[in-house]
Design a protein. Sequence first.
Length: 106
Amino acid sequence: MKQLMTALALTLSLAFAHAADKPASAPSAKQAAQQEKMTACNKSAGDKKGDDRQAYMKDCLSAHPSAAASAPMTQQEKMTACNKSAGDKKGDDRQAYMKTCLSKKS
């Protein structure tokens, strides 16, 4: 019985050590986009509570967000979104892209 418990403890410790050695995987692009959407909806929900907040969040996160469309992006949110969408653009191309992106109404 003592040998069985020792073997079990050794096996579990090796399993945990192996799991700890694995690097944490980065979220996929789809997961990152959903997380950004969740953050934006949560921020725009403001002080809503209970059923009102739940309905707002459901609408905001749905494929057809009517409530999210009514809340304009802040300048910082717009800058972050434009910066991500600029990708690998460099120099004048990036500057022109950012100017166009930031000047769009949204």
